[in-house]
Structure formats: structure tokens, C-alpha cells
Design a protein around this ligand. Sequence first.
Ligand code: 2P0
Length: 326
Amino acid sequence: MYSGKARAYTNIALIKYWGKENQELIIPMNNSLSLTLDAFYTETEVTFSKELKEDQFYLDNQWQDSKATLKVSRFLDFVRSKTDSSLRAVVKSKNFVPTAAGLASSASGLAALAGAASDALNLNLTPEELSRLARRGSGSACRSIYGGFAEWQKGYSDETSYAVQIPSSDFENDLSMIFVVVNDAQKDISSRDGMQRTVETSAFYDGWLQTVPQDLAKAKKAIKEKDFIALGEVSESSALKMHGTTLAATPPFTYWSAESMKVMNLVRQIRNGGLPCYFTMDAGPNVKLLVERKNEAALLSAMSAHLDAKQLVVAHAGPAIEILSK
Ligand code: 2P0
């Protein structure tokens, strides 16, 4: 028996990843930049054993059927292909998500799986190698190998596409991210399908790609100079442009709901009232707010006037992946 365990924290992109150059290898069309958070994480234990005939997957102590196990099993096939092992595994994952938030993350899930599986088989990977491995499970997972700010450098091949740490002089500890949960229902279009449809059909996709390098440069400069407003502005702009591409896809789609737009308008109103705060959104209707930690309480109080306190979940910068078994 070979066992390994890891805990990985989710990350939220400030400069978004949206679209693949190579779907099989998960090489993205553009670099992205993220903040790893403390509030949502996944703990995963992987045990390879010759007693097993097939891979088994338990999520939050619930046995998962073959459909749910497929993504895990495909990832393990990839890990097995890198070693001499053909052993099947039991995978036990737990998602730690604040009550009622209803948010699960493929970033933390696949990063934890990569960490646990490589630990079980004693692969002794460097952070870059682990990031490359996590990338094969889910693109955004490659950024969850690091705490604080990370940049996924798109590269041009399996060997050259991985995330790196962005030096920040602890700027991430000056920040808070507030999740505004507007709907925890299953999304209609997965991010994987949504980004592919956009790459193939959106009239706005080239425009999106053209602006990414300058946005990335602005974000890195803002981090270096600890310039919250510059970081907030470019993050909000990156999210809006990414979501703009979906409207010009065929068939068109959007992840926004009426409630998401209400929250975005509220953020603009609060900002115009003098409190610096910005929003970002991913492949679902929930909105994430970026605010300086010193203004976290003020923003929470302003938002609570319009929303149920249960809809608001606060997160701060989180650590790198942790290997727990040794
Ligand atoms: C991101 N998203 O940068 C972007 C912004 C959603 C919107 O990465 O197909 O689960 O497994 O590589 O990483 C979500 O997509 O997709 C995502 P795959 P993934 O965070």
C-alpha cells in the first residue's frame, strides 16, 4: 500500500484564464494571475493498493458513482503513466467550504489530488513539476500549488506550462476577498465547455487575448507597488472582458444572473461613495469582492444593508499546498 495526503486551497483569478490552445494537455491561450485564499480548501488522501480492482472515490464521506469517479480516475491514469505503477487507488476527498456558501472548487480539488497522488508514489516533485501535474487535472489547479499571488505562465508545451509564485512583499495580507453567494445551484455550462465555445465562436475572443498582456503587466506592477486601486481596476476589467466574450459566442451565453448584476451595481455605488472596492466573477453567478483588509468591516456593513449576512463569506490570502502525510 502506498498512501499520501495533501491539503490545497482554492484560488481566484484576478487576470482570468479563458480558453485553451491545447485541450488534451491543458495549455492555455493566455497567462493568468491569481490569489490563493484561506477560506476554501480540499483535503485528499490517496491510497494505492494491489487489493483494488478499480479506482474508488469518496467525496465528503459519500461514495461516488462511476461518472463522478471518471475525472479522478483519468487523472490517476496520467499519474500512473508517469510511473511503473498500475495499482488502483481509493481517493477520499473533503471539501472545506464555509457553511451555506455552496461553493466547490476544481482548483483546490485537483491540486490536492495531484499533491496526494504524487506523495503516495514518492514522486518528489518540485513546485513547478507539481504545478504541471495539477494542470493536467484542471487548468486553474496549477495556481493552487502556491500561496498568495501566482502566475500561470502559459508556455508552449507540457514542460513549459506551469504556475510560479509572484513576489509580493506580503501585499496579499493587506487584502480581503468577500464572496457574495447569489446562487449555489449547479451551473448550466461548465467552464471547460464555456471557454471552448468562446474560443471557437466568439467574435470578441481575439480582442480579449490582445488585452491580456497589458492587463497582466498592470497587475504585476500594482502588486509590486502595493497599489490596491490599480490592482482592483485591472482585475475588474479583466473579469468584465472575459465575460464579454461569452455574449458574442454562438450560441451566446452568460454566467451572470440578475442578482449578480445587482451586486456589481452595488459595488459601483459603494465605490462611488468613497470606499475602494472591486468585483470579479468566474464561471457562475456568484460575485467576489476585492477590498483592503482595513476596509473589510465597512464593506461588509454596506453590503449587509442589501443582502442576507449568510450570503457573505470572507476570505484572506491562503498558504501553499500542504503535504500532510509525512
Ligand atoms: C480562472 N476559470 O482563471 C478562470 C476564470 C473560470 C473563469 O479556470 O478546463 O476548472 O479544468 O482547465 O480551471 C475555471 O476553469 O477549467 C477557471 P479546466 P478550470 O480561474
